[in-house]
Design a protein around this ligand. Sequence first.
Ligand SMILES: NC(=O)c1ccc[n+]([C@@H]2O[C@H](COP(=O)([O-])OP(=O)(O)OC[C@H]3O[C@@H](n4cnc5c(N)ncnc54)[C@H](OP(=O)(O)O)[C@@H]3O)[C@@H](O)[C@H]2O)c1
Length: 345
Amino acid sequence: MSSTLRLLALGALAGWTAMKLLRDDRDSFSFDGKTVLITGGSRGLGLVLARDAAAAGARVAICGRDPEALERARATLERIGATVVAVQADVTQPDAVRELIDAVAARLGPIDMLINNAGVIEVGPAETMTVSDYEEAMATNFWGMVYPTLQVLPSMRERGGGRIVNITSIGGKLGIPHLLPYSASKFAALGFSQGLRAAVAGDDVSVTTAIPGLMRTGSPRNAIFRGKHRAEYAWFSIADALPGLSVSADQASRRILSAACRGDPEVLFPAVARLAVIASAVAPHLTASALTLANRLLPGAPAARTGRKRGKDSQSGLSPSWLSKRGDEAARRHNQVAPAEGSRA
Ligand SMILES: NC(=O)c1ccc[n+]([C@@H]2O[C@H](COP(=O)([O-])OP(=O)(O)OC[C@H]3O[C@@H](n4cnc5c(N)ncnc54)[C@H](OP(=O)(O)O)[C@@H]3O)[C@@H](O)[C@H]2O)c1
């Protein structure tokens, strides 16, 4: 072996050992008796994360804007024996976030793990998106991550540690047509999350960035659609329901919580999302062409403005149908359907 090769091998071994030592330092997080706040825990992935953290012994706090969905979530968590606090709060409002954190700390004790999960998504052609769609996405998906983080950090630092889990998206790695405000806000969130990990490592606060591809949380029902909203809802809800392309919310929750407990910097899933990220890194031109083709295949903008519609108000012969079945089941399981809407779900 040449001396250069030996030096490289030694360097790699030293780097690996240093990483192991740093990692092992953080390997010990157990949910038992800990306080975990999940923003947007009233439905979808957030509710599953709250359920799983509670089942592992944590006291959980959830928030959301819709008081009825929040109350149903609280009751569901209490039924499985969870110690739960549900606070109506809008994460886009710094004062509301401060009150939320104070209320959780007063009722459950200081927050050991913060999961920034609250999010909104607007689907439609670029030409139908307005400035307020971009502002809403940034306010929720970016600022709604920054405000709670800045609010919990002083207490985590003071107590010598804590965990922060940021739920971003594959849309924060690839600029996805028909999801422009969402993608832009998730790029911002991902940058914040990755940089934050390095910035707070010295305080023993571990930050994990979750980068999910499609998950069957049932969220399309409550998502916002613009343009030909029925066609937009059809493609989005069907893609979101396809096995292989999407993972169940239960699998997603397990992967995110295990990564957070290990103190991993990042968790990216499913395999198709990992492949897309690798492809964009090694073949950016090809990726750009594939995204352009996808944009052409997706519904065009209508001649007249249709405004913003919820998924549940955008149903058609294509969705709900057997193609969206798994997503529709997920919507019922994960509290996306109010009891009054049950028969139309
Ligand atoms: N589903 C997917 O395929 C997918 C893929 C990648 C990443 N993600 C990300 O994963 C996270 C969870 O997604 P999901 O599918 O579970 O979404 P979801 O079902 O729409 O749930 C979103 C949650 O966030 C809450 N929320 C929204 N705006 C809020 C605000 N301003 N203040 C407080 N709470 C707010 C919602 O409650 P209220 O509306 O009542 O406030 C709800 O509890 C999001 O960050 C999403 O972007 C999802």
